[in-house]
Design a protein around this ligand. Structure first.
Ligand code: FES
Ligand code: FES
Length: 174
């Protein structure tokens, strides 16, 4: 089939591109746009490493055709931070050690962002339910749940003050 032209807003930038109708969104994002934070971990729509936000809703981009996002808005992990300021979710994963190898992390963080946008104070069970479409091989999930709770408790994303003063003290005595 001949390529078709699609347009979308991705991480705040309007993009027009030619794609073949059979191309999956995950491959379009990674191979054509070179946004390789979105990962591809299975062939059966189970792992969720490919999750991006489509109009604010988490979707598995391995199960969406690029052509289907024509006219829609996509957010990938590269668009989560506000300039040099991490999204509270990103900060939370750092504070609570919510990642190890990091392969599942982009999808986890985008689902967390969508959850908190919808429900700013989720219970741990609601967090577990929200990420239940995503597999992590490393963490055992407990630290991921805590990371998302941290983000809920720090909506502005600021690191705890004690961290800053402790590190300043250490510098002084070094
Ligand atoms: S790559 Fe596994 S669900 Fe999309
Ligand atoms: S941190 Fe390795 S798969 Fe989740």
């Amino acid at each position: 089939m001949s390529p078709m032209q699609i347009s979308m807003t991705i991480n705040g930038t309007f993009v027009t591109h030619e794609v073949e109708p059979r191309v999956l969104l995950v491959h379009f994002i990674r191979d054509d746009l070179r946004l390789t934070g979105t990962h591809w971990g299975c062939d059966t729509t189970n792992c969720g490493t490919c999750v991006v936000l489509m109009d604010g809703q988490p979707v598995k981009s391995c199960t969406v055709l690029a052509a289907m996002v024509d006219g829609h808005t996509i957010t990938t992990v590269e668009g989560l931070a506000n300039g040099a300021t991490l999204d509270p979710v990103q900060q939370g994963f750092m504070e609570e050690h919510g990642l190890q190898c990091g392969f599942c992390t982009p999808g986890m963080m985008l689902t967390a962002r969508a959850l908190l946008d919808h429900n700013p104070h989720p219970e741990p069970l609601q967090i577990r339910e929200a990420i239940s479409g995503q597999i992590c091989r490393c963490t055992g999930y407990a630290t991921i749940v805590r990371s998302i709770q941290w983000a809920a408790e720090h909506p502005a994303g600021a690191a705890p003050e004690t961290t800053t003063s402790e590190s300043t003290e250490q510098e002084v005595h070094a």
